[in-house]
Ligand binder design. Structure first.
Ligand code: CU
Length: 150
């Protein structure tokens, strides 16, 4: 098989994937969030960003905690029988938490000290779950039409 034909074939196979991943924008330089890509959660003193992570499908996801604070932080995910956490992550370091998620709402927080009560508190919404109790009580209709991954 000529090499040129193989390349064309690969391009044809890859095109639908690229189109669905970036919404047909035609720009493959911007990484689009997908269920298999790590989801970055940045820790600072004392907040998580984003505090709310919305996923449009259940499945296995990797949450990556990036510690941009000045003290040790960690990331814990809890809910629906799941409870997993990273070990303590020093300033400037990161760690990944691979979790199997079902549709629903999970708590996401820093389990170190009283960091959660200081503001390192959030949630993960899977497959269209509504924000649970304790979250911000917005009645924003803008989240009905899709999910912004920034
Ligand atoms: Cu912390």
């Amino acid at each position: 098989m000529p090499a040129r034909f193989v390349l064309a074939l690969l391009a044809a196979l890859a095109a639908p994937l690229a189109a669905s991943a970036c919404g047909g924008g035609g720009d493959d330089s911007a990484p689009a969030a997908s269920p298999t890509a790590p989801i970055d959660v940045t820790a600072t003193d004392f907040a998580l960003a984003p505090a709310t992570v919305s996923l449009d499908a259940a499945g296995t996801v990797t949450l990556r905690l990036v510690n941009e604070g000045g003290t040790t932080h960690a990331l814990e995910l809890e809910g629906g029988g799941v409870e997993q956490k990273t070990s303590g992550i020093g300033p400037g370091k990161s760690a990944e938490l691979r979790v199997e998620l079902k549709p629903g709402t999970y708590e996401l927080y820093c389990p170190i000290g009283n960091h959660r009560s200081l503001g390192m508190d959030g949630q993960v919404l899977v497959a269209g779950a509504s924000p649970g109790s304790g979250g911000t009580t917005t009645t924003d209709e803008s989240d009905s039409g899709g999910y912004g991954y920034g």
